[in-house]
Design a protein around this ligand. Structure first.
Ligand code: 1HS
Length: 252
C-alpha cells in the first residue's frame, strides 16, 4: 500500500488517465477526490471505487474557474481532512497550425491545461503547506511538449508550458517538502487517444505508430503506474522532473 492514509485530488477523474489513476491510487490506500467537468462521470467512477471497498468522493468542477476549483479543493479537504496529492490531469485535445487554429480554441486549450493546473495548485497548496507533511503534485505534459507534433500547435505550446510550470512550482515549494513533477506520455489508449487514432487514415495511423520504437501505443495503466511513482514516497528525491512515458518516441 504505497499511498496508505493519503488524500489525492484527481482532476479529469471521470475518464482516461484520471479514472485509471484514481482506481490505482485507491487500491494503494489513498482516499481520492474525483473532479471532472462531467460530474456524472466523476460520480460514477467514485461509486465504483467505493463499491470495491475504496474511499472516494466526487465533484463537478471546471478547473478554469477559480470559484469551481476552490470549491472542489475545499470539498476534498472537508470530506477527507487533508490534501496530500494533486494530480492535475484535466485536459483536452485540439488541432491546427498557427494559421488554422481558431483563437477561441487556442484560449480554451491554454485555459484547461495551464490555467487549470495553476488554479487547482493555487487552492490545494495552502492545505499541503499547513499540514506540514509535504505533498506531491503531478502535472500532465506530453511528448507534444517536447518535440514538434504536426497540427497540434496550441496543445503542444500548452504542454510545453506545463513543463515550465512544473519546474517553477518545484522550486517555489521545495522548502515545504512539496514535490512537483510531470509525466509526458505519447499517444495512449484513453478516450482521447482513441479519438486521435480514429481520425487517422490507414496511412496516417501507420505513420503515427512508426514513431514508437516499442511499436505500440501506451496503455493507460502504464501512465498511471508512473504517476503513482511520482505521488508515492518511492520518488522522495524527485522534484521538478518530467518523466517521459512514450514507448521511446522522443529517443529517436
Ligand atoms: C495526445 C498525446 O499527448 C500525444 S500527442 C501525439 C503524438 S503522436 O502519437 O502523433 O506522435
Amino acid at each position: 500500500m504505497q499511498l496508505q492514509g493519503k488524500v489525492a485530488i484527481i482532476t479529469g477523474g471521470g475518464s482516461g488517465f484520471g479514472e485509471v489513476t484514481a482506481r490505482l491510487f485507491a487500491h494503494e490506500g489513498a482516499s481520492v477526490m474525483l473532479a471532472d467537468i462531467n460530474g456524472n462521470a466523476a460520480h460514477s467512477v467514485a461509486n465504483s471505487i467505493v463499491a470495491e471497498g475504496g474511499q472516494a468522493g466526487w465533484a463537478q468542477c471546471d478547473v478554469t474557474s477559480p470559484a469551481s476549483a476552490e470549491a472542489m479543493v475545499q470539498a476534498a479537504h472537508s470530506q477527507f481532512g487533508h490534501v496530500d496529492i494533486l494530480f492535475n490531469n484535466a485536459g483536452i485535445e485540439g488541432f491546427g497550425t498557427v494559421v488554422t487554429t481558431e483563437e477561441n480554441l487556442w484560449d480554451r486549450i491554454f485555459a484547461v491545461h495551464v490555467r487549470g493546473a495553476y488554479l487547482c495548485s493555487k487552492y490545494a497548496l495552502p492545505f499541503m503547506i499547513a499540514s506540514g507533511n509535504g505533498g506531491s503534485i503531478i502535472n500532465v505534459s506530453s511528448v507534444a511538449g517536447l518535440v514538434g507534433i504536426r497540427n497540434m500547435t496550441a496543445y503542444s505550446a500548452a504542454k510545453g508550458a506545463i513543463i515550465s510550470l512544473t519546474r517553477s512550482m518545484a522550486v517555489d515549494f521545495a522548502p515545504h517538502g512539496i514535490r512537483v513533477n510531470c509525466v509526458a506520455p505519447g499517444t495512449t489508449m484513453t478516450p482521447m487517444g482513441h479519438r486521435l487514432v480514429e481520425g487517422d487514415t490507414q496511412e496516417q495511423l501507420a505513420m503515427r505508430m512508426s514513431r514508437y520504437p516499442l511499436n505500440r501505443f501506451g496503455r493507460p495503466e502504464e501512465i498511471a503506474n508512473s504517476v503513482l511513482f511520482l505521488a508515492a514516497d518511492s520518488s522522495s528525491y524527485v522534484t521538478g522532473s518530467c518523466l517521459v512515458v512514450d514507448g521511446g518516441l522522443t529517443a529517436v
